[in-house]
Structure formats: C-alpha cells, structure tokens
Design a protein. Structure first.
Length: 258
C-alpha cells in the first residue's frame, strides 16, 4: 500500500521492531505516530521522524480508545496501525512448563492478545465506514509453532494469530487488509541467549520492518522474514507427533547447554 501522506501508528515504537517500523514507514512518506509505554522513548523516535508520540499501555482499552480518538482528531485518519507491542516472560522454573503464575498469564494476554483486540475494536468500524484500512500485527513465529521456555508467550501468540485471522476472514470485503508478522530471531532485547529462535539466524529489526511493509504492500497475510518458518509450519501440520518429538529433543539440548 502507498503510505505517502498517510498516518501510520506504531505501538512498541520506542525500540526494536517498532522503532524500525516507524522509520520504514516514514521513509515511505508516512506521517508517523509513535506509541509506547515508554513515553520519553516514543517522543525521541517521533522527534527524529518529524512525527507525533503518545505514551500508551496497549493493554488498557480506555487508553487505546482515547489515544486513537486524539490521533484521528489532531493528526488525521489512521491508514495503517502497526500493533507491535509485545511481552515475553519466561517460565520461572525452566524445568516446569506450568510454573508461570496467574499474574504472568494476565500480563501476557493483556499485551499480546488484548493489545490487538482493543485497537481493532476502535479501528475496524472506522475503516468499514471509510472503505478501508490496514492492520499489521506483530505475532512471532511462536504463533505458528511454539516458544520453548515460555508457556505464556507461545500461547498468547497463537491466540493473537487466531484473532488476526478472524478479522481477515470477516472484513476482507470491507477493504480492510490484515497481516501477521511472524519473525523468528530478531536482534532486540527480547531475544535471549538460549533462544531456539536464534539458531536459524538473527535478523535486524530494520530487515524485519522492510519485510513487513513489503508483505503488506503485496497483500500477504502471513509475513515470514525467516522463510524457513513456512517449512516448519508445514511439518507441524503434516506430522504433529514427529514435530512434537523434535521440539522435545530441541528443548532437551537447550537445557543441557544452559
């Protein structure tokens, strides 16, 4: 899609993939709105791009609605919403997959799932009335596969992908584009030294951001900056038992090397 002169809002924009998405959108002529819980970080990014910034907790439905209303009133209609903010909390006990407490589950769902839901609840009706818009959700390959070492992350990313699929199915005829960005290892603070995702090569946030906007422009739903993820997903679908056994072996090897 042509972003020149259009408003692009990016969550988690203070650093990592979010910052790279904001920079890539600006390079394509967009007016960028940087959103992040770290308001000062968002302001710094926006200042460098000639855009605007707001502090935002994407898990707060009231705050999301209020900020989107301000953007629409003060800056212009949101053409692309990059729902990028994410939270990864590892299993407190690496040897016990059920060790995350209810509070950790609630935090993960608030950001990784409801962050998309709160924004879509505001934007989808607006886009239907206007005849179109675009929603880019940063999901992770964990949403297609799994996340060794974090039950909350893997589970919520699967839920996020299901929600984005739901919007894509229901609103394609309304001119609403939906895309799910599903990278593996990316050189951000979220990438752990022992992460399984890092074993297939680590991409820079800038490479991932360009892949995201290119994929959106070409009309793709699944955007896979690491192309091997498509093969892993196919293997998982074709032979779940073999895939699970292979993942269990990978987990054991990671634990042995920890």
């Amino acid at each position: 899609m042509d972003l020149a002169g259009r408003v692009v809002a990016v969550t988690g924009a203070a650093r990592g993939i979010g910052r790279a998405l904001a920079e890539a959108a600006r390079a394509r002529g967009a007016t960028v709105v940087a959103l992040d819980r770290d308001g000062a970080g968002a302001e710094a990014v926006a200042a460098g791009l000639g855009g605007r910034a707001f502090a935002l907790d994407v898990g707060d439905a009231v705050a999301v609605s209020a900020i989107l209303a301000r953007i629409e009133a003060e800056i212009g209609p949101v053409a692309l919403y990059c729902s990028n903010a994410g939270l990864l909390e590892r299993d407190p006990d690496p040897d016990l997959a059920t060790s995350a407490d209810p509070e950790s589950w609630a935090r993960a769902f608030a950001v990784n799932v409801m962050g998309h839901v709160h924004a879509a609840r505001v934007l989808v009706p607006l886009w239907r009335a206007r005849g179109g818009g675009a929603f880019l959700g940063t999901v992770s390959a964990a949403g297609l596969l799994s996340q060794i070492g974090s039950a909350t992350y893997g589970s919520t990313k699967h839920a996020a992908l299901a929600f984005l699929e739901h919007i894509a199915i229901a609103h394609a005829e309304d001119g609403i584009r939906v895309a799910a960005l599903c990278p593996q290892g990316v050189d951000t603070a979220m990438l752990g030294e022992a992460s399984a995702a890092s074993r297939d090569g680590v991409l820079t946030p800038e490479v991932v951001a360009e892949a995201a906007l290119d994929g959106l422009a070409s009309g793709r739903f699944l955007i896979l900056p690491h192309p091997q993820v498509a093969d892993y997903a196919r293997r998982r679908a074709e032979d779940p038992e073999r895939w699970l056994a292979g993942m269990a072996r990978l987990r054991r090897s990671m634990r042995a090397g920890a």
